[in-house]
Ligand binder design. Structure first.
Ligand code: 13P
Length: 252
């Protein structure tokens, strides 16, 4: 069974007191409602332990926004998989387009990070997606194929089942421009097809694929209703309790 997931990527937003307030509001909401999906957040790393202290009943699962390629040592500013598992975080985002764009992240590195995360029992949310230029020139299927194959296809069937994929077209991130539900479905079905070709349909049917890119309360339900869309990775709209809970409710 594929998990249905609404995940919030807070990126570099909120002071500590603002973050605590939003986490407490989310905790209260989740304890009162039986949501039709799992709810994750990826706050700034500075607030991860505070998040673990708030979501003690696992009403919200806590993810890092990034993880190091290295396991320990002289890597100033980095966070290791061991550190994440030692605070009992659930997992980490890997390969977000902003890491690719501003920090030189590559698919080959993502592959190593996905394996490191899985070895520690962490859930990797592997992000992929094409730029506007790549879509306009009709390269989007090839780009997605490369990103998926390089980062994930050295995994065993049991390993890939544990990975969550987030398709985030770069042109739809933070722009207010959303992929249409049909465009999202087309790529999600394509990714699932690639996994089915490599690992078989049964494995492909177990992998959750999220859509990310300007998901808002007014478009979430339609996007999530598509057969290969298992939820969303939400940026801007995860920063406001009313917007984020409205998106969670799309699964009610
Ligand atoms: P927005 O929802 O702000 O477009 O961000 C999407 C995203 O990058 C989530 O990781």
């Amino acid at each position: 069974m594929r998990r249905k997931i609404v995940a919030g990527n807070w990126k570099m937003n909120k002071t500590f007191s603002e973050a605590q307030e939003l986490m407490n509001q989310l905790s209260t909401y989740q304890k009162k409602h039986t949501s039709g999906c799992e709810v994750y957040i990826a706050p700034p790393s500075l607030y991860l332990t505070a998040a673990m202290d708030i979501f003690t009943q696992h009403e919200v699962r806590v993810f890092s926004q990034e993880v190091s390629l290295h396991t320990e040592g002289a890597f100033t500013g980095e966070i290791s998989v061991d550190m994440l598992s030692s605070i009992r975080a659930t997992g980490t985002l890997i390969g977000h387009s902003e890491r690719r764009q501003y920090h030189g992240e590559t698919d080959a590195n993502c592959n190593k990070k996905v394996k490191l995360a899985l070895d520690k029992g962490l859930i990797p949310i592997y992000c992929n997606g094409e730029t506007l230029e790549q879509r306009k020139s009709g390269q989007h299927f090839n780009v997605i194929k490369d990103q998926t194959e390089v980062a994930l296809f050295s995994l065993t069937p049991d390993e890939i089942k544990k990975v969550v994929i987030a398709y985030e077209p770069v042109w739809a991130i933070g722009t207010g421009e959303t992929a249409s539900p049909e465009q999202a479905q087309e790529i999600h079905a394509y990714i699932r097809g690639l996994i089915a070709e490599k690992y078989g349909q049964e494995v492909a049917d177990e992998v959750s694929i999220l859509y990310g890119g300007s998901v808002k309360p007014d478009n979430a339900k339609e996007i999530f209703s598509k057969p290969d869309v298992d939820g969303g990775l939400i940026g801007g709209a995860s920063l406001k309790i009313d917007d984020f809970t409205a998106i969670i409710k799309a699964f009610d």
